[in-house]
Design a protein around this ligand. Structure first.
Ligand code: 4AD
Ligand code: MG
Length: 458
Protein backbone atom coordinates (compact mmCIF):
# COMPACT_ATOMS: atom_id res chain seq x y z
CA UNK A 1 0.00 0.00 0.00
CA UNK A 2 1.28 3.46 -0.92
CA UNK A 3 2.11 5.44 2.22
CA UNK A 4 1.68 9.02 0.99
CA UNK A 5 0.53 11.63 3.50
CA UNK A 6 -3.21 12.08 3.86
CA UNK A 7 -4.30 15.51 2.82
CA UNK A 8 -7.66 17.23 3.16
CA UNK A 9 -9.55 18.37 0.09
CA UNK A 10 -9.77 21.88 1.55
CA UNK A 11 -5.97 22.00 1.71
CA UNK A 12 -5.68 20.75 -1.86
CA UNK A 13 -8.05 23.53 -2.93
CA UNK A 14 -5.53 26.03 -1.57
CA UNK A 15 -3.02 24.64 -4.03
CA UNK A 16 -5.16 24.99 -7.12
CA UNK A 17 -2.92 27.69 -8.57
CA UNK A 18 0.32 26.42 -7.10
CA UNK A 19 2.42 24.95 -9.88
CA UNK A 20 5.06 23.88 -7.36
CA UNK A 21 2.57 21.35 -5.97
CA UNK A 22 1.78 19.93 -9.39
CA UNK A 23 2.82 16.26 -9.40
CA UNK A 24 2.89 15.97 -5.63
CA UNK A 25 2.08 12.49 -4.26
CA UNK A 26 -1.05 12.61 -2.08
CA UNK A 27 -3.49 10.36 -0.32
CA UNK A 28 -7.13 11.26 0.33
CA UNK A 29 -10.04 9.47 1.91
CA UNK A 30 -13.72 10.07 2.00
CA UNK A 31 -17.04 9.05 0.50
CA UNK A 32 -17.81 8.48 -3.14
CA UNK A 33 -20.40 10.88 -4.55
CA UNK A 34 -20.32 9.56 -8.11
CA UNK A 35 -18.25 7.01 -9.99
CA UNK A 36 -18.24 6.20 -13.68
CA UNK A 37 -15.85 4.47 -16.01
CA UNK A 38 -15.78 3.57 -19.71
CA UNK A 39 -13.46 0.62 -19.24
CA UNK A 40 -10.36 2.68 -20.04
CA UNK A 41 -10.63 5.59 -17.70
CA UNK A 42 -12.74 6.22 -14.64
CA UNK A 43 -13.84 9.34 -12.75
CA UNK A 44 -14.80 9.40 -9.14
CA UNK A 45 -16.08 12.46 -7.22
CA UNK A 46 -15.01 12.21 -3.62
CA UNK A 47 -16.12 14.22 -0.59
CA UNK A 48 -14.00 14.14 2.54
CA UNK A 49 -16.16 16.60 4.46
CA UNK A 50 -13.39 19.15 4.93
CA UNK A 51 -15.11 21.61 2.60
CA UNK A 52 -18.11 21.96 0.34
CA UNK A 53 -16.22 20.95 -2.80
CA UNK A 54 -15.62 17.41 -4.00
CA UNK A 55 -12.37 16.29 -5.51
CA UNK A 56 -12.12 14.48 -8.82
CA UNK A 57 -10.21 11.20 -8.79
CA UNK A 58 -9.15 9.85 -12.17
CA UNK A 59 -8.11 6.23 -12.56
CA UNK A 60 -6.55 5.02 -15.78
CA UNK A 61 -7.37 1.37 -16.30
CA UNK A 62 -5.23 1.05 -19.42
CA UNK A 63 -2.17 2.02 -17.42
CA UNK A 64 -3.26 0.39 -14.17
CA UNK A 65 -5.43 -2.65 -14.94
CA UNK A 66 -5.12 -3.71 -11.31
CA UNK A 67 -7.47 -0.83 -10.43
CA UNK A 68 -10.34 -2.39 -12.39
CA UNK A 69 -12.30 -3.14 -9.17
CA UNK A 70 -12.46 0.63 -8.60
CA UNK A 71 -14.99 0.94 -11.40
CA UNK A 72 -17.40 -1.21 -9.37
CA UNK A 73 -17.32 1.01 -6.27
CA UNK A 74 -20.79 2.36 -5.62
CA UNK A 75 -21.97 5.80 -4.54
CA UNK A 76 -21.77 6.21 -0.78
CA UNK A 77 -18.81 3.84 -0.28
CA UNK A 78 -15.81 5.00 1.68
CA UNK A 79 -12.45 4.82 -0.04
CA UNK A 80 -8.77 5.57 0.42
CA UNK A 81 -7.00 6.88 -2.67
CA UNK A 82 -3.28 7.29 -3.24
CA UNK A 83 -2.15 9.17 -6.31
CA UNK A 84 -0.68 12.30 -7.77
CA UNK A 85 -2.03 15.83 -7.39
CA UNK A 86 -2.31 17.16 -10.92
CA UNK A 87 -3.24 20.64 -12.06
CA UNK A 88 -5.61 20.63 -15.01
CA UNK A 89 -5.68 24.18 -16.35
CA UNK A 90 -8.56 24.76 -18.74
CA UNK A 91 -10.59 21.82 -17.45
CA UNK A 92 -13.81 22.15 -15.45
CA UNK A 93 -12.01 21.35 -12.20
CA UNK A 94 -8.72 23.17 -11.59
CA UNK A 95 -7.05 19.94 -10.49
CA UNK A 96 -7.55 16.20 -10.04
CA UNK A 97 -5.88 13.30 -8.31
CA UNK A 98 -4.57 10.73 -10.72
CA UNK A 99 -4.95 7.54 -8.77
CA UNK A 100 -2.33 4.84 -8.44
CA UNK A 101 -4.25 2.89 -5.83
CA UNK A 102 -7.92 2.93 -4.84
CA UNK A 103 -8.82 0.97 -1.70
CA UNK A 104 -12.40 0.29 -0.79
CA UNK A 105 -12.83 0.85 2.97
CA UNK A 106 -16.57 0.36 3.41
CA UNK A 107 -18.88 -0.87 0.70
CA UNK A 108 -22.27 0.80 0.24
CA UNK A 109 -25.37 -1.30 -0.30
CA UNK A 110 -27.49 -0.56 -3.33
CA UNK A 111 -30.44 0.64 -1.25
CA UNK A 112 -28.41 3.68 -0.08
CA UNK A 113 -30.93 6.46 -0.64
CA UNK A 114 -28.43 9.27 -1.29
CA UNK A 115 -27.82 8.39 -4.92
CA UNK A 116 -27.05 11.15 -7.36
CA UNK A 117 -30.61 12.23 -8.13
CA UNK A 118 -32.06 15.17 -6.24
CA UNK A 119 -34.20 14.43 -3.22
CA UNK A 120 -36.82 16.69 -1.69
CA UNK A 121 -36.12 18.21 1.71
CA UNK A 122 -39.19 16.34 2.99
CA UNK A 123 -37.73 13.01 1.95
CA UNK A 124 -34.36 13.87 3.48
CA UNK A 125 -36.07 14.65 6.81
CA UNK A 126 -36.92 10.95 7.01
CA UNK A 127 -33.22 10.03 6.86
CA UNK A 128 -31.52 12.48 9.22
CA UNK A 129 -28.61 10.05 9.65
CA UNK A 130 -27.82 10.16 5.96
CA UNK A 131 -28.68 13.69 4.89
CA UNK A 132 -25.31 15.15 5.99
CA UNK A 133 -23.95 13.36 2.91
CA UNK A 134 -25.93 15.60 0.56
CA UNK A 135 -24.62 18.91 -0.78
CA UNK A 136 -27.45 20.83 0.86
CA UNK A 137 -26.83 19.53 4.36
CA UNK A 138 -23.07 19.48 3.93
CA UNK A 139 -23.42 23.23 3.37
CA UNK A 140 -26.12 23.75 5.99
CA UNK A 141 -24.34 22.16 8.91
CA UNK A 142 -21.08 23.89 8.09
CA UNK A 143 -22.92 27.25 8.13
CA UNK A 144 -24.45 26.24 11.46
CA UNK A 145 -21.05 25.42 12.91
CA UNK A 146 -19.41 28.58 11.61
CA UNK A 147 -22.33 30.64 12.89
CA UNK A 148 -22.02 29.12 16.38
CA UNK A 149 -18.31 29.95 16.34
CA UNK A 150 -19.02 33.53 15.26
CA UNK A 151 -21.60 33.98 18.02
CA UNK A 152 -19.14 32.91 20.71
CA UNK A 153 -16.44 35.02 19.11
CA UNK A 154 -18.65 38.12 19.08
CA UNK A 155 -19.45 37.86 22.77
CA UNK A 156 -16.02 36.72 23.92
CA UNK A 157 -14.28 39.57 22.11
CA UNK A 158 -16.76 42.07 23.52
CA UNK A 159 -16.17 41.15 27.13
CA UNK A 160 -19.15 38.87 27.76
CA UNK A 161 -18.70 35.91 30.09
CA UNK A 162 -20.15 32.59 28.93
CA UNK A 163 -22.56 31.16 31.52
CA UNK A 164 -24.29 27.81 31.15
CA UNK A 165 -27.67 27.81 32.90
CA UNK A 166 -29.32 24.53 33.92
CA UNK A 167 -31.50 22.66 31.47
CA UNK A 168 -33.58 21.11 34.25
CA UNK A 169 -35.32 23.82 36.20
CA UNK A 170 -38.16 24.50 38.59
CA UNK A 171 -39.65 27.44 36.75
CA UNK A 172 -41.25 28.51 33.52
CA UNK A 173 -39.17 31.56 32.64
CA UNK A 174 -41.57 32.90 30.06
CA UNK A 175 -44.69 32.08 32.06
CA UNK A 176 -46.33 30.85 28.87
CA UNK A 177 -47.10 27.36 30.14
CA UNK A 178 -45.14 25.67 27.38
CA UNK A 179 -42.87 23.52 29.53
CA UNK A 180 -41.99 19.85 29.23
CA UNK A 181 -42.18 18.11 32.57
CA UNK A 182 -39.17 16.09 33.77
CA UNK A 183 -40.18 13.10 35.81
CA UNK A 184 -39.26 9.56 36.76
CA UNK A 185 -42.56 8.80 38.43
CA UNK A 186 -45.69 10.41 39.81
CA UNK A 187 -46.26 12.67 42.78
CA UNK A 188 -44.30 13.23 45.99
CA UNK A 189 -41.85 10.41 45.38
CA UNK A 190 -40.65 11.97 42.19
CA UNK A 191 -36.94 12.39 41.58
CA UNK A 192 -36.49 16.01 42.68
CA UNK A 193 -39.33 15.91 45.18
CA UNK A 194 -40.93 18.83 43.37
CA UNK A 195 -42.11 19.86 39.94
CA UNK A 196 -39.26 19.90 37.45
CA UNK A 197 -39.22 20.89 33.81
CA UNK A 198 -36.92 21.51 30.86
CA UNK A 199 -35.89 25.11 30.49
CA UNK A 200 -37.69 27.39 28.03
CA UNK A 201 -35.05 30.11 28.47
CA UNK A 202 -31.89 30.60 30.52
CA UNK A 203 -32.69 34.23 31.15
CA UNK A 204 -33.83 34.12 34.76
CA UNK A 205 -30.83 32.01 35.73
CA UNK A 206 -28.39 34.26 33.98
CA UNK A 207 -29.62 37.63 35.27
CA UNK A 208 -27.86 37.06 38.62
CA UNK A 209 -24.60 36.62 36.71
CA UNK A 210 -25.06 39.89 34.83
CA UNK A 211 -25.44 41.54 38.23
CA UNK A 212 -21.98 40.22 39.12
CA UNK A 213 -20.02 40.21 35.86
CA UNK A 214 -21.68 43.14 34.07
CA UNK A 215 -22.13 41.31 30.79
CA UNK A 216 -22.77 37.63 30.24
CA UNK A 217 -24.35 35.32 27.69
CA UNK A 218 -25.79 31.83 27.49
CA UNK A 219 -25.83 29.66 24.42
CA UNK A 220 -27.56 26.33 24.66
CA UNK A 221 -30.62 24.23 24.02
CA UNK A 222 -34.08 25.29 25.14
CA UNK A 223 -37.35 23.38 24.98
CA UNK A 224 -40.90 24.43 24.30
CA UNK A 225 -44.01 22.30 24.35
CA UNK A 226 -45.70 24.69 22.00
CA UNK A 227 -48.16 22.92 19.75
CA UNK A 228 -47.25 25.00 16.69
CA UNK A 229 -46.79 23.28 13.40
CA UNK A 230 -45.04 26.01 11.46
CA UNK A 231 -41.82 26.40 9.51
CA UNK A 232 -40.28 28.48 12.32
CA UNK A 233 -41.17 26.57 15.50
CA UNK A 234 -39.23 23.65 16.96
CA UNK A 235 -39.77 21.93 20.30
CA UNK A 236 -36.03 21.87 20.94
CA UNK A 237 -33.95 24.76 19.67
CA UNK A 238 -30.79 26.62 20.58
CA UNK A 239 -30.90 30.10 21.98
CA UNK A 240 -28.27 32.77 22.56
CA UNK A 241 -29.16 34.96 25.50
CA UNK A 242 -26.95 37.87 26.48
CA UNK A 243 -27.71 39.85 29.62
CA UNK A 244 -26.18 43.27 30.21
CA UNK A 245 -26.05 45.25 33.42
CA UNK A 246 -26.52 49.03 33.40
CA UNK A 247 -28.17 48.72 29.98
CA UNK A 248 -31.49 50.03 28.76
CA UNK A 249 -33.48 48.92 25.72
CA UNK A 250 -31.49 51.11 23.36
CA UNK A 251 -28.18 49.63 24.53
CA UNK A 252 -29.74 46.20 24.14
CA UNK A 253 -30.76 46.89 20.55
CA UNK A 254 -27.27 48.13 19.73
CA UNK A 255 -25.88 44.75 20.82
CA UNK A 256 -28.54 42.85 18.82
CA UNK A 257 -27.72 44.80 15.69
CA UNK A 258 -23.94 44.53 16.10
CA UNK A 259 -24.19 40.80 16.74
CA UNK A 260 -26.41 40.06 13.74
CA UNK A 261 -24.15 42.07 11.45
CA UNK A 262 -20.99 40.48 12.83
CA UNK A 263 -22.37 36.98 12.30
CA UNK A 264 -23.60 37.70 8.76
CA UNK A 265 -20.20 39.08 7.83
CA UNK A 266 -18.32 36.14 9.30
CA UNK A 267 -20.54 33.51 7.69
CA UNK A 268 -20.24 35.18 4.27
CA UNK A 269 -16.49 35.40 4.73
CA UNK A 270 -15.93 31.87 6.04
CA UNK A 271 -18.50 29.92 4.01
CA UNK A 272 -18.19 31.39 0.51
CA UNK A 273 -18.93 28.14 -1.35
CA UNK A 274 -21.79 27.20 0.95
CA UNK A 275 -23.39 30.62 0.72
CA UNK A 276 -22.95 30.66 -3.07
CA UNK A 277 -24.80 27.33 -3.09
CA UNK A 278 -27.72 28.70 -1.05
CA UNK A 279 -27.76 31.81 -3.20
CA UNK A 280 -28.04 29.63 -6.30
CA UNK A 281 -30.39 26.91 -5.07
CA UNK A 282 -32.58 28.48 -2.40
CA UNK A 283 -33.21 32.01 -3.59
CA UNK A 284 -35.37 32.40 -6.68
CA UNK A 285 -33.74 35.65 -7.64
CA UNK A 286 -30.27 34.59 -6.52
CA UNK A 287 -30.02 37.69 -4.37
CA UNK A 288 -29.47 36.14 -0.97
CA UNK A 289 -25.82 37.17 -0.69
CA UNK A 290 -26.57 40.63 -2.03
CA UNK A 291 -29.36 41.09 0.55
CA UNK A 292 -27.29 39.85 3.47
CA UNK A 293 -24.36 42.03 2.46
CA UNK A 294 -26.68 45.04 2.33
CA UNK A 295 -28.08 44.20 5.78
CA UNK A 296 -24.57 43.93 7.23
CA UNK A 297 -23.92 47.45 5.97
CA UNK A 298 -27.19 49.15 6.80
CA UNK A 299 -28.86 50.56 9.87
CA UNK A 300 -31.81 48.63 11.26
CA UNK A 301 -35.09 50.52 11.38
CA UNK A 302 -36.95 51.05 14.64
CA UNK A 303 -40.75 51.23 14.88
CA UNK A 304 -43.10 51.18 17.85
CA UNK A 305 -45.73 48.47 18.18
CA UNK A 306 -48.35 51.22 18.00
CA UNK A 307 -46.97 52.47 14.67
CA UNK A 308 -46.92 48.90 13.36
CA UNK A 309 -50.57 48.44 14.30
CA UNK A 310 -51.47 51.63 12.44
CA UNK A 311 -49.66 50.37 9.34
CA UNK A 312 -51.38 47.00 9.56
CA UNK A 313 -54.79 48.65 9.88
CA UNK A 314 -54.05 50.74 6.80
CA UNK A 315 -52.72 47.78 4.78
CA UNK A 316 -54.59 47.05 1.58
CA UNK A 317 -55.16 43.44 2.46
CA UNK A 318 -57.12 41.08 4.63
CA UNK A 319 -55.11 39.31 7.34
CA UNK A 320 -56.20 35.93 8.61
CA UNK A 321 -55.95 37.16 12.21
CA UNK A 322 -57.64 40.51 12.93
CA UNK A 323 -55.57 43.52 13.95
CA UNK A 324 -56.27 45.91 16.81
CA UNK A 325 -54.12 47.65 19.40
CA UNK A 326 -53.41 45.08 22.09
CA UNK A 327 -53.33 41.92 19.95
CA UNK A 328 -50.24 39.78 19.76
CA UNK A 329 -48.72 39.99 16.31
CA UNK A 330 -48.85 36.83 14.23
CA UNK A 331 -46.26 35.79 11.72
CA UNK A 332 -48.33 37.21 8.81
CA UNK A 333 -48.31 40.65 10.50
CA UNK A 334 -44.62 40.54 11.33
CA UNK A 335 -43.75 39.50 7.84
CA UNK A 336 -45.88 42.21 6.28
CA UNK A 337 -44.04 44.83 8.32
CA UNK A 338 -40.51 43.64 7.61
CA UNK A 339 -40.98 42.25 4.11
CA UNK A 340 -43.32 44.78 2.57
CA UNK A 341 -43.11 47.96 4.60
CA UNK A 342 -39.48 48.06 5.72
CA UNK A 343 -38.03 45.47 3.29
CA UNK A 344 -35.34 44.58 5.77
CA UNK A 345 -34.74 43.95 9.46
CA UNK A 346 -36.77 46.09 11.84
CA UNK A 347 -36.97 46.49 15.60
CA UNK A 348 -40.50 46.68 16.93
CA UNK A 349 -40.52 48.23 20.39
CA UNK A 350 -42.86 49.14 23.23
CA UNK A 351 -45.37 46.30 23.12
CA UNK A 352 -48.54 46.26 25.26
CA UNK A 353 -47.64 44.78 28.62
CA UNK A 354 -50.49 42.28 28.51
CA UNK A 355 -49.01 40.29 25.64
CA UNK A 356 -45.48 40.14 27.04
CA UNK A 357 -43.62 38.34 29.84
CA UNK A 358 -43.81 39.40 33.49
CA UNK A 359 -40.16 40.51 33.78
CA UNK A 360 -40.28 43.28 31.18
CA UNK A 361 -39.90 46.84 32.39
CA UNK A 362 -43.11 48.87 32.44
CA UNK A 363 -42.82 52.10 30.47
CA UNK A 364 -43.94 55.42 31.94
CA UNK A 365 -47.24 55.22 30.03
CA UNK A 366 -48.18 52.27 32.30
CA UNK A 367 -49.54 50.37 29.28
CA UNK A 368 -46.47 49.25 27.36
CA UNK A 369 -43.20 47.55 28.22
CA UNK A 370 -39.61 48.25 27.13
CA UNK A 371 -39.55 45.19 24.88
CA UNK A 372 -38.16 44.70 21.43
CA UNK A 373 -38.60 42.06 18.75
CA UNK A 374 -36.23 42.03 15.82
CA UNK A 375 -38.13 40.96 12.71
CA UNK A 376 -36.44 39.85 9.52
CA UNK A 377 -37.77 39.03 6.04
CA UNK A 378 -38.52 35.37 5.36
CA UNK A 379 -38.61 34.46 9.03
CA UNK A 380 -40.48 36.99 11.15
CA UNK A 381 -39.27 37.15 14.74
CA UNK A 382 -35.53 36.49 14.94
CA UNK A 383 -34.88 38.04 18.36
CA UNK A 384 -36.98 38.84 21.40
CA UNK A 385 -35.53 41.08 24.07
CA UNK A 386 -36.34 43.62 26.72
CA UNK A 387 -35.17 45.86 29.48
CA UNK A 388 -35.91 44.02 32.73
CA UNK A 389 -38.05 45.36 35.53
CA UNK A 390 -35.46 46.30 38.15
CA UNK A 391 -37.92 47.83 40.68
CA UNK A 392 -38.90 45.34 43.37
CA UNK A 393 -42.38 46.70 44.05
CA UNK A 394 -43.29 47.11 40.41
CA UNK A 395 -42.13 43.58 39.59
CA UNK A 396 -43.97 42.04 42.53
CA UNK A 397 -47.12 43.91 41.61
CA UNK A 398 -46.86 42.66 38.04
CA UNK A 399 -46.39 39.06 39.18
CA UNK A 400 -49.45 39.26 41.38
CA UNK A 401 -51.46 40.81 38.58
CA UNK A 402 -50.54 37.85 36.40
CA UNK A 403 -51.43 35.36 39.11
CA UNK A 404 -47.86 34.12 39.50
CA UNK A 405 -46.52 32.33 42.54
CA UNK A 406 -44.16 34.60 44.50
CA UNK A 407 -42.45 31.84 46.44
CA UNK A 408 -40.70 30.00 43.62
CA UNK A 409 -39.39 33.26 42.18
CA UNK A 410 -38.46 35.01 45.44
CA UNK A 411 -34.77 34.55 44.57
CA UNK A 412 -35.38 36.42 41.31
CA UNK A 413 -37.23 39.18 43.13
CA UNK A 414 -34.42 39.39 45.68
CA UNK A 415 -32.00 40.49 42.98
CA UNK A 416 -34.06 43.70 43.06
CA UNK A 417 -33.23 44.12 46.77
CA UNK A 418 -29.51 43.38 46.62
CA UNK A 419 -27.85 46.06 44.51
CA UNK A 420 -30.41 46.22 41.73
CA UNK A 421 -29.44 48.04 38.56
CA UNK A 422 -31.20 48.56 35.31
CA UNK A 423 -30.35 45.76 32.92
CA UNK A 424 -31.46 44.29 29.62
CA UNK A 425 -30.99 41.28 27.42
CA UNK A 426 -32.36 39.30 24.55
CA UNK A 427 -32.77 35.85 23.09
CA UNK A 428 -31.90 34.93 19.53
CA UNK A 429 -33.05 31.60 18.12
CA UNK A 430 -30.12 29.95 16.38
CA UNK A 431 -32.28 27.97 13.96
CA UNK A 432 -34.21 31.07 12.92
CA UNK A 433 -30.90 32.80 12.24
CA UNK A 434 -29.91 29.84 10.03
CA UNK A 435 -33.24 30.14 8.19
CA UNK A 436 -32.47 33.79 7.58
CA UNK A 437 -28.91 33.15 6.41
CA UNK A 438 -29.63 30.22 4.09
CA UNK A 439 -33.24 30.70 2.98
CA UNK A 440 -33.68 26.95 3.38
CA UNK A 441 -37.30 27.57 4.34
CA UNK A 442 -38.09 25.15 7.16
CA UNK A 443 -36.69 25.02 10.69
CA UNK A 444 -36.70 21.19 10.45
CA UNK A 445 -33.81 21.52 8.03
CA UNK A 446 -31.63 23.72 10.22
CA UNK A 447 -30.98 21.32 13.10
CA UNK A 448 -29.40 17.84 12.98
CA UNK A 449 -32.40 16.00 14.45
CA UNK A 450 -35.54 18.13 14.50
CA UNK A 451 -38.06 17.79 17.31
CA UNK A 452 -41.52 19.12 16.51
CA UNK A 453 -45.03 18.09 17.59
CA UNK A 454 -45.59 14.40 16.81
CA UNK A 455 -42.13 14.07 15.36
CA UNK A 456 -39.10 12.61 17.09
CA UNK A 457 -36.80 10.57 14.89
CA UNK A 458 -33.98 8.63 16.51
O1 4AD B 1 -39.12 35.66 22.41
P1 4AD B 1 -38.66 34.54 23.28
O2 4AD B 1 -39.68 33.62 23.82
O3 4AD B 1 -37.83 35.24 24.44
C1 4AD B 1 -37.26 34.62 25.49
O4 4AD B 1 -37.24 33.43 25.72
C2 4AD B 1 -36.51 35.58 26.39
N1 4AD B 1 -36.32 34.95 27.69
C3 4AD B 1 -35.23 35.96 25.74
C4 4AD B 1 -34.41 36.91 26.58
O5 4AD B 1 -34.76 38.07 26.66
N2 4AD B 1 -33.35 36.44 27.19
O6 4AD B 1 -37.59 33.66 22.47
C5 4AD B 1 -36.43 34.26 21.97
C6 4AD B 1 -36.16 33.80 20.57
C7 4AD B 1 -37.23 34.15 19.57
O7 4AD B 1 -37.08 35.45 19.10
C8 4AD B 1 -37.00 33.12 18.48
O8 4AD B 1 -35.92 33.48 17.64
C9 4AD B 1 -36.56 31.91 19.27
O9 4AD B 1 -36.09 32.37 20.52
N3 4AD B 1 -37.68 31.00 19.49
C10 4AD B 1 -37.85 29.85 18.81
N4 4AD B 1 -37.13 29.28 17.85
C11 4AD B 1 -37.55 28.11 17.37
N5 4AD B 1 -38.63 27.45 17.80
C12 4AD B 1 -39.41 27.99 18.78
N6 4AD B 1 -40.48 27.32 19.22
C13 4AD B 1 -39.02 29.24 19.33
N7 4AD B 1 -39.53 30.03 20.29
C14 4AD B 1 -38.70 31.08 20.37
MG1 MG C 1 -40.74 36.38 21.51
Amino acid sequence: MIRNQYILVKDLLQKKNDSASDGMPVRVRGWVKTNRSNGHIGFMALSDGSCFENIQIVYNLDEHPEMTPASKISTGSSVDVAGVFTLTPGAKQPFEVQAAEVTLLGDCDSDFPMQKKRHSLEFLREVPHLRPRTNTFNALFRVRSVLCGAIHEFFQTNGFLYITPPLITGNDAEGAGEVFTVTTSEGETDFFGKKACLTVSGQLHVEPFALAYDRVYTFGPTFRAENSNTTTHASEFWMVEPEIAFADLEDDMAVMEAMVKYCITKVLERCPSEMAFFNEMFDKEHKLIERLTAVANSEFKVMTYTEAIELLLKADRQFQYPVAWGVDLKSEHERYICEEVVQGPVFLIDYPKDIKAFYMRINDDGKTVAACDCLVPGVGELIGGSQREERYDVLLERMKEMGMEQETLQWYLDLRRFGSVKHAGFGLGLERFILYLTNIGNIRDTIPYARTPRNLMF
